[in-house]
Write a protein that binds this ligand. Structure first.
Ligand SMILES: [Zn+2]
Ligand SMILES: [Zn+2]
Length: 250
C-alpha cells in the first residue's frame, strides 16, 4: 500500500457498508470488509435447475425441471441465479446501493454476480444483458438505476453486450407515438420496449439483471415484453434472492 494511502487509512479508516466496522488496513476492498464478503450467504445447494431456489424443503427431486417457486413463471424463462440470499449482510449492501447513494457498490456486487455459475446452455447462448428499468422519476431522484449499474458491470465482466431494451412507464402512457413492434411488445402496463432495440433482441437469449429476485413477477413481466419483441429465451441474474419459508432450514 502506498504510504500516503496508509496514512489516510489511519486517520480516516474506511467503514464497511455491510457492518459499519472498520475495514482492515491492507484490505484492497474499500467498501465491503473481508468478513462481510465471506459472510454473504450463498444459496445452499442443491438448487432448482431452473430458478436456482435452494431445494432444502421443496421436496422435489433434482431431475425435475421446475419447483413450486418457478412452476408459474413464463415458459421463456430458462434459468435464474443469484449471488447470495437476501440475508445479513447482503440485505444491508442492497439497501446501501438502492437507497443510500452508494453507487460504487455496484462494482463488487457485479463481481460476485459474474462469478455465479450458469447452466452451460445459457453460457453458450446468452450474449446480451438487459437491466430491469426503473421509472424516470426514481432515476432522477437517485441519479442512477442500480439494476443498470449491476448490468453494466456484469456485462463487462462476462464479455457480453449491455442493451437497455426496456423502459418503465409511470402510468397510462399514450401508445400513439410508438412503432408497431413497440406496440406489440407493450403487453404490460409497467414495462415497455425502448426505441430501436428490436435487432438486438431478435432470436436472442437475454440475461435480465436486477438487484433482487423476489417472486419473479417483475422478471416475468419483463420477459413477456422481451419475448413479444422477438427474444427467444430469458435468464435472470440478480445479486440477491429473497429467502422464502421453504428455503429456511428448521
Ligand atoms: Zn463488514
Ligand atoms: Zn424452481
Amino acid at each position: 500500500m502506498p504510504l500516503g494511502r496508509a496514512l489516510l487509512d489511519l486517520v480516516f479508516a474506511p467503514i464497511c457498508l455491510g457492518c459499519d466496522g472498520p475495514i482492515a488496513p491492507g484490505d484492497a476492498a474499500r467498501l465491503i470488509c473481508r468478513r462481510c464478503r465471506a459472510r454473504l450467504p450463498v444459496p445452499p445447494a442443491p438448487l432448482c435447475a431452473r430458478c436456482g431456489a435452494p431445494r432444502l424443503r421443496t421436496g422435489r427431486q433434482e431431475r425435475e425441471l421446475s419447483c413450486r417457486e418457478c412452476e408459474h413463471w413464463p415458459p421463456a424463462v430458462r434459468a435464474a441465479r443469484s449471488a447470495c440470499l437476501l440475508l445479513p449482510p447482503a440485505d444491508r449492501v442492497v439497501h446501501q446501493l438502492k437507497y443510500r447513494g452508494w453507487w460504487a457498490l455496484a462494482q463488487p456486487m457485479a463481481e460476485r454476480m459474474a462469478a455465479v455459475a450458469l447452466p452451460p446452455d445459457v453460457v453458450a447462448e446468452a450474449r446480451v444483458v438487459v437491466p430491469v428499468p426503473t421509472t424516470a422519476a426514481r432515476r432522477r431522484e437517485r441519479g442512477y438505476n442500480q439494476a443498470e449499474l449491476l448490468a453494466r458491470g456484469y456485462a463487462k465482466r462476462t464479455g457480453r453486450q449491455l442493451l437497455r431494451a426496456l423502459e418503465r412507464s409511470t402510468g397510462a402512457s399514450s401508445q400513439t407515438s410508438l412503432q408497431p413492434a413497440q406496440r406489440a411488445a407493450n403487453v404490460s402496463s409497467a414495462f415497455r420496449l425502448a426505441a430501436g432495440v428490436e435487432r438486438g433482441l431478435l432470436a436472442a437469449h437475454i440475461i435480465l439483471v436486477d438487484d433482487v429476485l423476489t417472486t419473479g413477477a417483475t422478471a416475468g413481466e419483463c420477459t413477456r415484453v422481451l419475448v413479444a419483441a422477438g427474444a427467444r429465451a430469458v435468464s435472470i441474474v440478480t445479486f440477491a434472492r429473497a429467502p422464502t419459508v421453504r428455503e429456511v432450514p428448521t
